[in-house]
Design a protein around this ligand. Structure first.
Ligand SMILES: [Fe+2]
Length: 449
């Protein structure tokens, strides 16, 4: 057994494996792109290292793609083989992996909570529980987990900046914007490379309509993101959200090509179908088009990664974006196949993924397709009854806003001032400041005057 730098027991006889594993945990917690290299090095030093197998499986499960399933199963089997000798904390992570492998996402979240009751400063558990709760839309739960642990932390502890960032994002999604901004800025002040703190504050600023602050914030930090994983594409996507509000469409398109979805970048080359990239790309292209911008042939380059989601329910929120892509490319048969495959998966899954599909992702996909056909009555028919349950498919308020934009756009095109008088105040209630001043919503608000 080894004791790691945070005082946690690591069940391995190899000091080398323990060193690589600690580096891997550091990479995971910091959104670094070299996570798998460190995990593989740990496993090369000790092929039975339980925690390395568990973290590898959890990282794969976090990729939300059925093609990773054989690797997740293998990691789970290898981790379980060494479980008897592992520490209670390590066994907790293996248990969580078992839940993740079976799509029992809330069970995984509850398992991380149990780890945090014993170890409230285990930042790995904080990162993992927030990730799982985020993708099932449990904003209040995210906030509560962080707040519950807060008394155990102090600013002299290692990982404190990471905790502040987790606490910031949990509070931001729970609409506690002032606290979220204070925590997020605090995390970044300690560690300017902290991508999650940068991200949490970017969310606060877009929700509150502080466009100039948002641009200054992200541009000022962007020099610190070397070596990060796909989170960087999402941070650039956030910058594009601010630029859209300024009407700087040329710069948004340039940013899209250089940093949001650049097929030549090493990250995209390594994982062309990363779920966050699909979401970023589709949601940005659609936002541009809803604002009257010609995006050229950019949809075409996304077609294959969208089609590959047919029959893969691992990420309902991604599938709703894949439907947008297939419809934008005129591939309505494939888009309908995707929705049919989501219905099949929902019919056999009583758990959180099934709920996410039934309550949100399927009702969000159909109007994404109908809007492309200019069938705005169908957009309204699908989205009006589902609109207040879209949180079930996870994603942030800022991300889910694209589906609200579709709904508002269709209502505006149909001249439905009655509906807009309901919808626009609801957008304010979600936490968006200055809705009548926002692009796209501005045109809808004008109908009410
Ligand atoms: Fe975000």
């Amino acid at each position: 057994m080894q004791i790691d730098e945070r005082g946690f027991a690591l069940t391995t006889g190899s000091a080398e494996a323990a060193a690589h594993l600690q580096r891997a945990v550091h990479s995971f917690n910091h959104w670094d792109a070299d996570l798998m290299a460190h995990l593989d090095a740990a496993l090369a030093a000790d092929g039975d290292c339980v925690m390395a197998h568990a973290l590898k499986g959890l990282a794969m499960a976090g990729g939300r793609n059925r093609r990773f399933r054989p690797m997740i199963e293998e990691s789970l089997a290898r981790a379980r083989a060494g479980m008897a000798d592992a520490s209670p904390r390590e066994r907790g992570y293996v248990t969580a992996l078992g839940h993740m492998a079976a799509d029992r996402l809330t069970d995984a979240a509850a398992t991380y909570e149990a780890i945090l009751l014993d170890h409230p400063t285990d930042i790995l558990a904080h990162r993992l529980v927030q990730q799982e709760l985020f993708w099932i839309g449990e904003a209040g739960w995210m906030r509560d987990v962080a707040e519950r642990a807060a008394p155990a932390w102090s600013e002299t502890m290692p990982d404190y900046s990471l905790f502040l960032s987790v606490r910031a994002f949990g509070n931001e999604e729970a609409l506690n914007y002032a606290d979220a901004e204070r925590f997020g800025r605090g995390g970044v002040e300690i560690d300017p490379t902290d991508a999650w703190g940068a991200h949490a504050v970017a969310h606060v600023l877009i929700m509150r309509g502080r466009i100039d602050d948002g641009i200054r914030w992200l541009e000022g930090l962007s020099g610190n993101w070397a070596g990060k994983n796909q989170i960087v594409h999402h941070l650039w996507w956030h910058l594009a959200l601010f630029l859209l509000e300024r009407g700087d469409h040329d710069r948004v398109l340039a940013l899209y090509d250089s940093d949001i979805r650049n097929p030549d970048s090493p990250l995209v080359q390594a994982v062309p179908d990363a779920y966050i990239d699909i979401q970023n790309a589709a949601a940005m292209l659609l936002r541009l088009e809803l604002r009257g911008v010609d995006v050229g042939d950019r949809w075409r380059a996304l077609d294959s990664v969208a089609e590959a989601r047919i029959g893969d329910p691992a990420s309902p929120f991604t599938n709703a974006h894949a439907a947008m892509i297939l419809a934008a490319n005129g591939r309505f048969d494939k888009a309908n196949d995707l929705v049919a495959s989501m219905r099949d998966a929902a019919a056999t899954d009583p758990g959180p993924l099934g709920i996410a599909l039934r309550a949100a992702a399927i009702p969000a996909s159909a109007p994404a397709i109908a809007h492309r056909r200019d069938d705005h009555d169908a957009v309204l028919a699908a989205l009006l009854p589902a609109r207040r349950q879209l949180w079930h498919m996870g994603g942030s308020h800022a991300q889910r806003d694209i589906f609200v934009q579709l709904l508002v756009d269709s209502a505006r095109r149909l001249g439905r001032a009655d509906l807009l008088s309901i919808l626009l105040p609801e957008i304010t209630d979600v936490g968006f400041a200055d809705v009548p001043g926002r692009t796209l919503y501005r045109d809808a608000a004008a109908l009410l005057n």
